[in-house]
Design a protein around this ligand. Structure first.
Ligand code: GDP
Length: 440
């Protein structure tokens, strides 16, 4: 569960907010020595969001001399631990000099922050809320901890940091025993049937030049070193189609069915004629359907200069398939039965990548560096400001960027972020999605 920290100068209403969110449950007082001594933690709930919350308000009764130093240290620690920060100001009083050092700590941390203009019941303190823009922490959420107003807006603002409740259950699926769904797709005669026969080790599919072989089964269960695999039998589908279609085009509908079925798609290339147009359109499907990709290069037994070709194919893959950059390229021979273990290892590896989740804290440390290395450009005088980022989904990795004027963000900049993400977090062979969200 996400950890949320309430931060702000004394007397803005942090404790009241804490109590409001924690509800009747007694706040746990953490009595570890040192900085965390004055920290209160609790289990909070807002709508259907559940999270842990830290309050830095424990010192508000302390004597004046020691107060600020300890409070700062404590705030620093809370910010360090948190996934999301609620920065609280007093909307009636407006921004005071005392707010600024706390705001500065939050900004420096690069962590996602929601600015709360507290004590704004019944639209009181609107002026103070406007004042709050000057902190550079985004649009304030008008709120009244005392009266419980603004909870819906706070809910909206917090939502992105929680797993999507409508998403299919995806916790730990990478480790679960659910069979991994794999489709092997490729042009007719790339060698799909031969490879699948070799993998499952029986002649379950009929291979060869005979036309009109029909298959009823759609998927084949297989076990590779204890891992359950469901292989989607596109070969069978294609052979059925071949009867009517002498041109042996790969049917887009068949390919789409296979891709949709799969978690990992193996595009099987024929080493003697790699990266044909049909191959590229299959990869497009993999991208739009958001699947993980492995590039299998079959008929490797026919290749004379294996090293040279492998190098060339890797270069081509990078150039022709930027949307799934880094997808593993695995040479193999279905006929000779070589390269199947490396293929399976590559499949499991991109599957893991496809399921990857990056913590919001790590994400935002990364974002701060990425923005510093290459700040977003000003577009026709509009200052684009990216504030924070969070992963909203996995399978494939999907990120949301929050900020202002993002509609003006050039595509090239999104590409920069995607490429850098791929590199920094090691996400080869999977599509990476980015959504832009304006305001807070
Ligand atoms: P599919 O249409 O993709 O299912 O392709 P098939 O498995 O039916 O194979 C098409 C042809 O390529 C057959 O004649 C196979 O014997 C041949 N073939 C398949 N794999 C290999 C391979 O690894 N090496 C060689 N030399 N030939 C292969």
């Amino acid at each position: 569960t996400p950890l949320v920290a309430i931060v702000g100068r004394p007397n803005v209403g942090k404790s009241t907010l804490f109590n409001r969110l924690v509800g009747k449950k007694l706040a746990l007082v953490d009595d570890k020595p040192g900085v965390t001594r004055d920290r209160r933690e609790g289990e909070a709930r807002l709508g259907d969001l559940e999270f842990r919350i830290i309050d830095t308000a424990g010192l508000e009764e302390a004597t004046e001399e020691s107060l600020l130093g300890r409070m700062r240290a404590q705030t620093e620690a809370a910010i360090g631990d948190a996934d999301v920060i609620l920065f609280v100001i007093d909307a009636r009083v407006g921004i005071l000099p005392a707010d600024r050092p706390f705001a500065e700590m939050v900004r420096r941390s690069g962590k996602p922050v929601i600015l709360i203009a507290n004590k704004a019941e019944g639209n009181a303190g609107l002026a103070g809320a406007y004042d709050a823009f000057s902190l550079g922490l985004g649009d304030p959420v008008p709120f009244s901890a005392e009266h419980g107003e603004g909870l819906a807006d706070l809910f909206e603002a917090l939502m992105p940091f929680f797993p999507d409740p409508n998403a299919e259950p995806e916790e730990d699926e990478a480790e679960s025993n659910k069979p991994l769904q794999v489709a092997i797709v490729g042009r007719p005669n790339a060698g799909k049937s031969t490879l699948i026969n070799r993998m499952i080790g029986e002649d379950r599919l009929l291979v060869g030049p005979e036309a009109g072989i029909t298959r009823d089964s759609i998927s084949l269960d297989w076990n590779w070193r204890g891992r359950e695999i469901k292989l989607f039998d596109t070969a069978g589908l294609r052979k059925r189609a071949r009867v009517e279609d002498k041109l042996e085009k790969l049917s887009v509908a068949d390919a789409l069915r296979a891709v949709r079925f799969a978690e990992v798609v193996v595009i099987l290339l024929d080493a003697t004629i790699p990266f044909e147009k049909q191959d590229l359109s299959i990869v497009d499907l993999v991208e739009t359907e958001g699947r993980a990709l492995v590039i299998g290069v079959n008929k490797w037994d026919l290749v004379a200069d294996q090293q040279g070709l492998l190098k060339e194919l890797k270069e081509k893959a990078t150039r022709l398939l930027p949307q799934v950059r880094g997808a593993p390229v695995v040479p193999l021979s279905g006929l000779a039965g070589t390269g199947i273990d490396p293929l399976m290892k590559a499949i499991l590896q991109v599957y893991e990548t496809w399921n990857r989740r990056i913590s919001t804290a790590k994400m935002n440390q990364w974002l701060a560096d990425a923005l510093e290395a290459n700040p977003p450009p000003a577009v026709s005088g509009r200052r684009i400001k990216i504030r924070y980022m969070t992963q909203i989904k996995a399978r494939p990795p999907h990120f949301a960027i929050f900020g202002n004027q993002l509609d003006a963000l050039p595509k090239s900049y999104s590409r920069y972020l995607v490429n850098k993400l791929r590199e920094s977090f090691d996400l080869p062979g999977v599509p990476i999605r980015i959504s832009l969200r304006m305001g807070n």
